[in-house]
Structures are given as structure tokens and as C-alpha cells.
Design a binder for this molecule. Sequence first.
Ligand code: NAD
Length: 289
Amino acid sequence: MQKVGFIGLGNMGKGMAQNLSKNNIQISGFDVDKTVFNNLKDNKIKQEKSLETLVKNNEVLITMLPDGPIVKNVWEQLINHSDQDNILIDCSTIDVETSMYVQKLANSEGIKTLDAPVSGGVMGADSGTLTFMVGGNFDTYSSCKYLFDIMGKNSILCGENGAGQSAKICNNMLLASTMIAVGESFNLAKNLGLNLEKLFEVLSTSSGSCWAINNYCPYKGIGPDSPADKNYDGGFATSLMNKDLSLAISAAKSTDTKVNYALQSQHSYAKLVADGHGNLDFSCIVEKL
Ligand code: NAD
């Protein structure tokens, strides 16, 4: 049986680890928040006491952590305990610079690495339909593809190390603005007296259709199940979207790229965080426009 160590079993990691476990991969998990293990439906996932024992017992190690500083800290420990048989895969969304730094550090010890951030949200993680944007060499990607195929429905090798993170911030920069545009469209429809279910039927099958409407409609009771149906509990935290916009904007500055919509979007998400809504799903922005 294949063995994988999984670090960070939060909103996303929980579903990803459980899908691997369901598909005959033996999973050991590690998380600083021990309560995450109580939320697992799968009792085959073993709780590991330290990163050291996690590395000792597993060849492949996957991290799904909140941000760059945490990934740097965890990877430095993983690298200390790893040898050339280990493969480290980071699925978190972090800045390209930190991603390249930790991967170079690992590669210099002969440890193989991939950056493989994801798209598809908590529903995608739970249902095994994520898209993985992968950075790394072809051989390492090919040897790990079976894991991406279990946790997702697409994996795209975007280029060398760091290319996955570059693709991810471009995707989320677009999603941040799209969600606001969806909110404006629904608000106009409401003020025009339109039935919002009918609007969903039209938009989801017309030229305005997009993932934020079709898969993640931000209005309660409209479209497929989404965080809006749980009062924006769980899902993709507004604070994480704000973080991703910061990563995109800083990458845009360093490459002299104009990103006017992203700048305006970040203003709105940062205000939501400052007003104490950082833990709610980012789609709650439609209620605050
Ligand atoms: P989360 O906060 O729910 O989960 C992160 C987990 O990491 C938590 O359980 C936390 O306890 C654990 N953790 C924190 N520090 C740790 C450490 N030092 N060692 C071990 N465990 C530690 O976050 P999430 O929503 O699951 O997101 C994880 C990553 O995935 C983020 O980088 C996010 O940007 C990205 N992402 C999230 C979504 C989404 O819809 N939630 C979608 C795509 C990508």
C-alpha cells in the first residue's frame, strides 16, 4: 500500500487526505490543531505526533497550509528529516519567491519537490474534482500524477518549480474580481424586480456564465450547494482571498503589470477583513457591495 504524510488537515486538506485514504493510500496526518482529527469521517487516517516521525514513515509528503511563512517553517523541518527518497509537494497557495526558496533548499539536498496549488474550493476537495497547477520537472510530476488523479480531475504541469504558484495567483486574481462582478449583476437584477432563480438559469447558460455563478453561486438557495447556503461558513476564507490578492499585486508590481481591477477588488476584500469578516467565505462580499 502506498503511504503519504499529509500536513494541514483544515478546510481543504481534510477532503484531500480523505479521498486519498478512500483510494487505498495509507495516510498519516499532522496538524497543529489536534481537533481537526475529530472532524474526519475516515478513521483510517493516523494522527502522527511529530513532523520527524511523519517523514520517517512516509516517502511522499503533502503540505496544505495557510501561507508562505508557515510553509517555509514546516518545509525547513521536513527537509531536515528527509532524504533523497522523499518527495515534497506543496499544495498551499503561497508567494512564488517562498515556493522557489524552499524547493531550491530541498533540491540542494537531493529531495524532489513540486508546487501544486489547487482550484475548486472545499467542494472540489471533498468530491475529488480539484484542478492542480503544478510546477516542477516532468519525471517528478509523472511519478506523483496518480495522487493528483485521485484528489482532482485535472492536473496541469505549468512549467518548472514556481510555475504552479504563478498560475494560481493569476487564477485567484481573476476570481476575486469575478465574484464582485457577479454580486453587482445580482444586485441590479434584484433592484429591477427580477426573480433571482430565473436570473441564475439565464446567467449559468449564457455568455455571462462563470465558475462563481455556476459552481459557487453566492446567494442562499440559488444554484448548487455553496458556502452561501451555510451563511458563508467554511469554504474559502475572505482573509485567504485577501492574501492571494496581495501575492498577485506584489507579483504585478515586480513585473510592471497593470492590474487595476485587482487593486479595486483588494480594497473591498481588505475592508471585509478589517470589519471582522475574515473567517467567512469570500463570496460574502456580494452582501457588502
Ligand atoms: P485552513 O486554515 O482551513 O487549513 C490550514 C490547516 O493548516 C489548519 O488545520 C491549521 O491548523 C494547519 N496548520 C497551520 N499551521 C500549521 C503548522 N505549522 N503545522 C501543521 N499544520 C498547520 O485553510 P484552507 O482553507 O484549508 O487552505 C489551505 C491552503 O489552500 C491555503 O494556502 C489556501 O490559500 C489554499 N486554498 C484554499 C481554498 C479554499 O477554498 N479554502 C481553495 C484553494 C486553495
